[in-house]
Design a protein around this ligand. Structure first.
Ligand SMILES: *Cc1c(COP(=O)(O)O)cnc(C)c1O
Length: 496
């Protein structure tokens, strides 16, 4: 049973999974989606007894049908190994009425590691399968965490180069230090004077530019993407929702078949879309609670049916969610339009030209499983403070947005369905914001003094990712304007 992929924006052409991974974005600017949704073919009670790697195989084989069993298992076992600081890869921690799914035990201590640890293996396997001769240039825009996770994954991977653009003044000090100290001769990190949306728009433009792509080809290069628009990012993220459910069953915290809710701190809509795909696979997920920070474009969308990016952009304490164009929402739009590529293309054209689009009433009905919420900066800090005061458990700012919204959701609806909250980053990545929330003014302390304090109060030892950057030398200093991105790429690749 081969599963093929097609663009959200046109009906005709289908491609294999490995081709979709190589290309990242479809030629018409659309996102690749599966032509049908597979279903889990192993019973949950069996999955409940499996390791993370075994669950990963059972899920990924359904989506990546042109990979052989040997190829897929080799990718999985290379990715989910001692790079993670816990054998279970994605542990669940119970605190104050919710299960926190800790997705930050990989090398860069953010959930992006869950997919970006495996993407380089999927990508190089895909290149082999498709007889690609060119060197692959990974072009990535980051709101902070994707960049480092992608750099770490692709550093010194043969046959690849990686270029990362980040908003110069829009990431946390730890995030920036992690990126500009990146090792690897094939890595290139650039700060842009602009926000994440500028970076993402610039990258998308380069993907779509025929002249640039021809110039690359002439020099033996071709682009691919490590952003969450790549299905090679999305599919590995479906795994941990299946794994979380199986683990809850295994630990007798839920009965097999019992519905759960999922709350996801959301930016580009990749992580929550993976939960939606897990639901489609047959995991009993009831509500998908979409948590936004002050950049609440998704909250407004779920409430009104209008997507409107024409608004002020805020830099918040949860920078990886400071996004006004949530790219992966397009995959949901396609789905709720009844897989109508024409409708999808029409709405995306409207978004591109006017910054807004409005879905039909029929489409809105299809969103019944989603609940949108948003948290202010104060509510986010309060959530960190209160959870620590009550339980001693420390969460990062992004996870705190989700925790705050989950509280509001329960207060509003009375829905007591057991809930998994995606915990997307280690609090050590945002020590200043986290310690401010817990202790009040900490402006007299340096970033690393706050790391020490956080370790002391949480009883969690400092992650290796933080220790590394205490002394690592800066290797990347390029900064450019947002209209200079293409020139920077050409210069790096030696293209005139
Ligand atoms: C990327 C990121 C998010 C947002 O995830 P999306 O898949 O873009 O919605 C949330 N929290 C953290 C810590 C992240 O790095």
């Amino acid at each position: 049973m081969e599963l093929l992929y097609k663009s959200t924006r046109s009906a005709d052409k289908t491609v294999t999974a490995s081709y979709a991974i190589l290309k990242g974005l479809a030629e018409d600017g659309g996102l690749y989606v599966p032509t049908a949704f597979p279903e889990l073919d192993v019973p949950m009670e069996k999955l409940a007894g499996m390791s993370y790697q075994e669950v990963a195989y059972e899920v990924m084989k359904l989506f990546l049908t042109d990979f052989t069993e040997e190829e897929l298992k080799s990718c999985i076992n290379s990715a989910y190994d001692e790079k993670f600081d816990t054998e279970v890869i994605a542990p669940l921690a119970y605190a104050d009425g919710a299960y926190y799914l800790e997705l930050y035990h990989g090398r860069t201590i953010a959930f992006k590691d869950m997919a970006l640890s495996i993407l380089p293996y999927l990508m190089t396997t895909s290149a082999r399968k498709n007889h690609v001769k060119n060197e692959i240039v990974i072009l990535t825009a980051t709101s902070g965490d994707t960049g480092k996770a992608a750099l770490t994954g692709f550093a010194d991977v043969e046959g690849t180069k990686i270029i990362v653009f980040y908003p110069k003044d829009g990431v946390s000090p730890v995030q920036e230090k992690q990126m500009v100290t990146q090792k690897g001769d094939n890595t290139f990190v650039v700060g842009i004077r602009g926000n994440f949306d500028d970076a993402q728009t610039g990258v998308k433009k380069m993907f779509g530019c025929a002249d640039l792509n021809a110039a690359l080809d002439a020099h033996g290069y071709q682009f691919s993407s490590a952003n969450s628009i790549n299905i090679g990012r999305l599919v590995p993220q479906v795994v941990y929702y299946v794994y979380a459910y199986a683990a809850l069953v295994h630990n007798e915290q839920i009965k097999n078949g019992e519905p759960i809710n999922v709350t996801v701190p959301t930016g580009n809509f990749g992580n929550i879309l993976a939960a939606y795909y897990a639901k489609k696979l047959g995991v009993p997920i009831a509500k998908l609670i979409c948590a936004s920070n002050k950049n609440k474009v998704l909250f407004d969308f779920f409430t009104t049916g209008e997507y409107n990016r024409n608004r002020d952009f805020y830099v918040t304490s949860s920078p990886s969610m400071d996004i006004l164009i949530s790219s992966n929402l397009e995959r949901l739009i396609y789905q709720i339009s009844g897989q109508d590529a024409g409708k999808d293309a029409e709405l995306m054209k409207s978004l591109n030209e006017t910054g807004t689009y409005t879905i039909t009433d029929d489409m809105k009905k299809e969103l019944a499983d989603f609940y949108g919420g948003y948290a202010t900066e104060e509510e986010t800090a309060q959530a960190i403070h209160d959870l620590f005061a009550k339980t001693g458990y420390v969460i990062d700012t992004h996870t705190a947005v989700a925790a705050a919204i989950y509280k509001k959701y329960v207060a509003e609806t009375g829905d007591m369905t057991k809930t998994v909250i995606a915990s997307t980053a280690s609090p050590f990545k945002f020590s200043r914001s986290v310690m401010t929330a817990i202790k009040g003014d900490v402006s007299q302390y340096s970033e690393f003094e706050l790391v020490d304090q956080l370790a002391a109060i949480s009883g969690v030892s400092e992650p290796a990712a933080v220790t590394e950057i205490r002394t690592a030398p800066v290797r990347h200093t390029t900064v450019c304007e947002k209209n200079e991105m293409e020139a920077v790429v050409k210069k790096f690749l030696g293209i005139q």
